[in-house]
Design a protein around this ligand. Structure first.
Ligand SMILES: [Zn+2]
Length: 213
């Protein structure tokens, strides 16, 4: 089940995977390997390019990404404790979608090239350059792991509109019998996010009024 915005998991930075949590060759399957296998299954089922651990409710610095051709093959690889250590010199604005914000496409400015440092399941470090779709996906997933979503830079008014839109989608899905969807959408969290956005909006309006005086 994918955790949907505005669930708290998505705005909380993930914890690094600790040295004792890795799985050296020959060791028995452990929590880390189970987590990765679950993430790969979900990423494959949902046809995502990538998936961060907090999108399935696990607060760990792990993401998976399809390194194959997005149209023809699924070759999902895992990245543990990832860190972008270098950016290219070209930016691109592309419409990004997110499994945690269904139905939305947001124009985001991203670097077309990044160098990523990460650990594999045995704890060994790797470093590699990625470009285009994979570079964008990596920036999107690393943002997730740092508690950021594609709408985190938006002000309260836009966030309120987005939550209202997500609520409508959830209600429509419920009408057509997709109960699971309403559960995933977490209506309590939505009401809370709406109230938060409204409170911020009131503060903004108040301070704007005060400035006018
Ligand atoms: Zn996402």
């Amino acid at each position: 089940m994918i955790v949907k915005y505005p669930n708290k998991c998505l705005v909380t930075p993930c914890e690094p995977v600790k040295p004792e949590e890795f799985a050296p060759i020959g060791s028995a399957p452990n929590d880390l390997l189970f987590l990765i296998s679950r993430m790969k299954t979900v990423c494959d089922l949902e046809k995502g390019v990538g998936l961060a651990a907090n999108q399935i409710g696990v607060n760990k610095q792990v993401f998976v990404m399809n390194r194959g051709n997005p149209q023809t093959e699924f070759l999902i690889d895992q990245f543990i404790n990832p860190e972008i250590i270098e950016y290219g010199d070209k930016l691109v604005v592309d419409n990004e979608a997110c499994l945690s914000l269904p139905g939305l496409k947001i124009g985001k400015e991203r670097d077309t090239y990044v160098v990523l440092k990460w650990q594999d399941t045995e704890g060994l470090w790797h470093e590699e350059g990625f470009k285009d779709l994979q570079a964008i996906c990596i920036q999107h997933e690393v943002d997730h792991l740092n508690g950021k979503t594609i709408i985190c830079d938006f002000g309260p008014l836009k966030r309120k509109m987005i939550v209202e839109k997500l609520k409508k989608v959830a209600k429509k899905n419920e009408r057509v019998g997709k109960k699971r969807y309403r559960l995933e959408m977490n209506m309590d969290a939505m009401e809370e996010a709406l109230a938060e956005a409204e409170a911020e909006l009131n503060e903004e309006t108040l301070s704007a009024l005060n400035k006018e005086k």
